[in-house]
Design a protein around this ligand. Structure first.
Ligand code: NAP
Length: 277
């Protein structure tokens, strides 16, 4: 595993396991399977409604809690009472600390929520705090008028949505880049068929998904792919035994369409939809 050092000095794995839309026994069992495969970072959220199942998977895996990097998010509907919500997340996850706690969306009173996170961080229940889905202007505003600079911004990032502008602002402020939907959420399968991706997969004897994930991790973007299939869980973790050349990285960079599927709701329907995440 490779790691990113966050702006508060803590180390975060570059590859983790996403749990959006995983519920019940499927969630528990895939978390166990991911931990057995070697994943040490697990991403969940209050809104996914699966923190208990994630906690159960961690418990059942028998892993030492200290070996894990646990990420969860506060939903914007809880921003007015974020502290209590986080205490509930700790209970759900059956743990006494969270490694990385994020504000899920820049909606509602996220300033109040950020102040609660700053307080929880000082109380040592949380090792790092950060944000998700923050556009550069929102991120810069939060940084300018608060004490703690977010360690991470988790934003939709994949081959068709590479986020170079967002990234340059995040780099300036030392906010690490974490990609959600790194495989296009299963809705952008043409990514797997891009000729450049297919030919690199052949060259390195890897799958297209591994090329797509390696492209991101080589740019120091943490990835949290989700899968329920053991073979996908395995391949998404096996990313560090090959390296794309600079020319190959540049070739893949040209495929950016700057098209988020989720992360930049521009119509009322999409905003409505994203509020359920
Ligand atoms: N902060 C936010 O607002 C936000 C929003 C969305 C997601 N997230 C987080 O980011 C995580 C990842 O994003 P996501 O779950 O939306 O989408 P994703 O990881 O990009 O894509 C998941 C889809 O890709 C398929 N897949 C996985 N590995 C594959 C492989 N090796 N080959 C072919 N297909 C593969 C999965 O199907 P199979 O099960 O069949 O493998 C599933 O349909 C989430 O689980 C969640 O933790 C955060």
């Amino acid at each position: 595993m490779e790691y990113l050092t966050l702006n508060n000095g803590i180390q975060m794995p570059l590859v983790g396991f996403g749990t959006f839309m995983l519920n019940g026994e499927t969630c528990t069992n895939t978390v166990i399977s991911a931990i057995e495969t070697g994943y040490r970072m697990i991403d969940t959220a209050e809104t996914y409604g699966n923190e208990k199942e994630v906690g159960e998977g961690i418990r059942a895996s028998g892993i030492d809690r200290k070996e894990l990097f646990l990420v969860t998010k506060v939903n914007f509907k809880s921003y007015e009472n974020a502290e209590q919500t986080v205490l509930q997340s700790l209970k759900n996850l059956k743990t006494d600390y969270i490694d990385l706690l994020l504000l899920h969306w820049p909606f509602a009173n996220y300033y109040a929520a950020w102040h609660s996170l700053e307080k929880l961080y000082a109380d040592v229940k949380i090792r790092a705090i950060g944000v998700s889905n923050f556009e550069p202007d929102q991120l810069l505003d939060l940084i300018a008028y608060n004490k703690i600079v977010p360690t991470v911004n988790q934003i939709e990032t994949n081959l068709y949505c590479q986020r170079s502008t967002e990234r340059s602002w995040m780099d300036k402020k030392q906010v690490a880049h974490m990609a959600y939907a790194p495989l296009g959420q299963g809705n952008r399968n043409e990514m797997y068929q891009e000729p450049a991706v297919v030919s690199l997969a052949e060259k390195y004897e890897k799958t297209p998904a591994q090329i797509l994930l390696r492209f991101l991790t080589q740019k120091n973007i943490a990835v949290i792919p989700r899968s329920t299939k053991p073979e996908h869980i395995l391949e998404n973790f096996a990313l560090f035994d090959f390296t794309l050349t600079n020319a190959e990285m540049e070739q893949l960079s040209t495929l950016d369409r700057k098209e988020p599927l989720i992360g930049k709701p521009e119509t009322p329907e999409l905003v409505e939809f994203s509020l359920t995440w």
